[in-house]
Ligand binder design. Structure first.
Ligand SMILES: [Fe+2]
Length: 296
């Protein structure tokens, strides 16, 4: 069965590219590969980019790019999505070239968030160099994870589990009748998670980037505490994926979880668990956090 293999890239529409440059490079340690008045292209590894930030008159996650193995898998998933009632658009030359991929298709998730499937993404010729000395954990685990607030949990479960080939990692119950679902498509504990949060509009709550030393998180946390960005959740350790992380607000309003030490999944032995807390310690809300938001 064809399936998604990892989170490949995220495209962001942003009103303030200068603020993004300071946030992504100065705080998170990403490398700008392109930095013009209209576009900020960011690297965290050997890939040509992982975040593509475009000047726009809105702040929003414009597209989430999911990687598949090749053209046959792209064809098969396109058919499976169409059978599931999704309108999929296959994109040719110019659009694929803009994304730096060999094959590309796009569709909208049940809440209208644009998703893309691609294969064959471009590698950079030169070595990734972080301006803060950070190293990121990517490789077969993809670039990180996405957390989305959604309207219809069942529709997202059907999309990710039944069509795109994700497997259940676990659930966290964070309030009466409310739970978050975590799903994986490689060894990273989750590449996507979703939850219904009453009172919050659907959309990306946060993106997670994982670094390869705890000190990178600690230094970034110090920079954020020194005023580099609004911290939304303090340093802490999650229950299910055991990530040591803190959360800060991006210039586009959604958050970035910056973490170390995420748990890996071996599908031959994994059995999903259920948690009733999101963190073992820390991750306290700050005044920059929407009080309606669950602490995931
Ligand atoms: Fe997260």
């Amino acid at each position: 069965m064809a399936e998604v293999t990892g989170l490949g890239y995220v495209v962001v529409d942003a009103t303030d590219l200068g603020a993004w440059q300071e946030y992504a490079c100065g705080l998170l340690g990403m490398q700008s590969a392109v930095d013009t008045a209209d576009r900020l292209v960011l690297r965290i590894d050997h890939k040509a980019y992982r975040l593509d930030i475009r000047r726009a008159d809105r702040d929003a996650v414009a597209a989430i790019g999911w990687e598949v193995r090749g053209p046959r898998e792209l064809d098969a998933l396109t058919r499976a999505l169409e059978d599931g009632g999704y309108a999929v658009k296959r994109l040719g030359g110019e659009a694929a070239a803009r994304r730096g991929v060999s094959g590309l298709a796009e569709f909208d998730d049940p809440d209208g968030q644009r998703l893309e499937l691609f294969w064959g993404s471009r590698e950079a010729a030169d070595r990734f160099t972080s301006p803060t000395g950070a190293g990121f954990v990517t490789g077969t685990g993809g670039m990180g994870h996405v957390f989305q607030f959604v309207r219809d949990e069942a529709a997202h479960a059907k999309l990710y589990f039944d069509i795109l080939g994700f497997r259940l990692s676990d659930h966290i119950d964070f309030g009466p009748g409310m739970s978050a679902t975590f799903a994986h498509c490689n060894e990273r504990h989750h590449s996507i998670a979703w939850a219904v949060a009453p009172g919050l509009p659907p959309g990306v709550g946060h993106l997670m980037f994982e670094v390869d030393e705890l000190d990178h998180v600690g230094r970034a946390w110090s920079r954020a505490r020194g005023g580099a960005a609004p911290i939304t959740m303090e340093f802490g350790k999650h229950t299910n994926d055991e990530m040591l992380s803190f959360y800060s607000k991006t210039p586009s309003g959604f958050q970035v979880e910056y973490g170390y030490g995420g748990r890996l999944i071996d599908d031959t032995t994994w059995t999903p668990a259920r948690y009733d807390a999101t963190s073992y310690w820390g991750h306290e809300f700050t005044e920059h956090r929407d009080p309606d938001e669950p602490d995931v």
